[in-house]
Design a protein around this ligand. Structure first.
Ligand code: HH2
Length: 277
């Protein structure tokens, strides 16, 4: 049998494991360590390429939780998943202290959900040799959705992410280990989130792999009028658009459904590129 044709790099699906009582969609569903570990293993079986474990909701209006509480939520889950499954695990956090403890217990990626506001996150990643996802957030979760304002949303998000990437590189994180994320819904009006997806290729053109997290977010409610538990079709439409615009990965709650959408969109993207040649 001949070798299969080159499929090109796989578009990553990062499965969300929220160990929180109050996340905007799945808060409280996997709040015990055992439930969260079981959820992570389920997402792995559904086709996730990486598992993103978070212990603090950053939904609009949320307040910070103490570091000790965040660690108590995520560390046993990261340790348990790292023992039972070979997938890379990221810790979704704003704080270097949590990231450091998570990397010591088996996480390999830091998902810096508020970028490098805690600059020590970059030092922690450099010292552990970890990959760093820089997510764009304007303002603080408690107030970020009150009056988001941009003149040129994609240009401003790109500039702010590049400034964080430069800090990370200066701290010793290799460029190849830095991902950028436009931060859908983090200090963005729904029209900003739509524009960020529509013009994602401009962010991709910066040369870093781009992760996007549209999953079940409130900009979809503005477009469809449905609550979070009915937003899967809208989520898959947004994910498809992100892949066609060049995303390297999607952060998703619904991995089995996302896997199909992302793989089909990635095949269409490859065919488009092949058609150009
Ligand atoms: N979105 C959320 C959390 N972390 N990280 C990245 N890189 N990109 C995102 O878009 C992103 C993220 C919010 O989703 P969720 O974790 O489900 O909600 P909550 O913050 O309420 O826990």
């Amino acid at each position: 049998m001949s070798a299969p044709p080159d499929q090109g790099p796989r578009v990553i699906v990062a499965g969300v494991v929220n160990v929180t009582p109050d996340s905007f969609y799945d808060g409280g569903r996997w709040a015990s360590s055992d439930a969260a570990i079981a959820r992570g293993l389920e997402l792995a079986a559904e086709g996730a390429d990486w598992l993103d474990v978070g212990g603090e909701s950053t939904r609009p209006g949320s307040e910070p939780v103490p570091v000790s509480e965040e660690c108590a939520r995520v560390l046993p889950v990261i340790q348990g998943l790292a023992k039972r499954c070979a997938l890379p695990i990221s810790v979704d956090t704003r704080r270097a202290e949590v990231a450091d403890a998570a990397l010591t217990r088996g996480a390999r990626v830091v998902n810096a959900v508020s970028g490098l506001r805690d600059r020590a996150l970059a030092d922690v990643c450099a010292s552990h040799g970890a990959t760093l996802v820089l997510n764009h957030m304007r303002g603080e979760p408690a107030t970020m959705q009150r009056t988001p304002s941009y003149t040129d949303v994609i240009g401003e998000v790109a500039q702010e992410l590049l400034a964080d990437a430069a800090l990370a590189e200066a701290a010793g994180v290799p460029r190849a280990q830095i991902w950028l994320d436009p931060g859908i819904g983090f200090g963005k009006h729904p029209r900003h989130s739509v524009e960020l997806i529509a013009r994602l290729s401009e962010l991709v053109a910066l040369g870093y792999p781009v992760l996007v997290g549209p999953s079940r977010k409130s900009f979809l409610a503005e477009l469809t009028g449905v609550p979070a538990d009915e937003r899967l079709p809208g989520t898959l439409a947004a994910a498809t658009a992100c892949v066609l615009e060049g995303a390297a990965g999607l952060r998703m709650h619904d991995v089995a459904a996302a896997r199909q959408a992302v793989d089909v969109a990635a095949a269409i993207r490859r065919a488009r590129t092949a058609g150009d040649s």
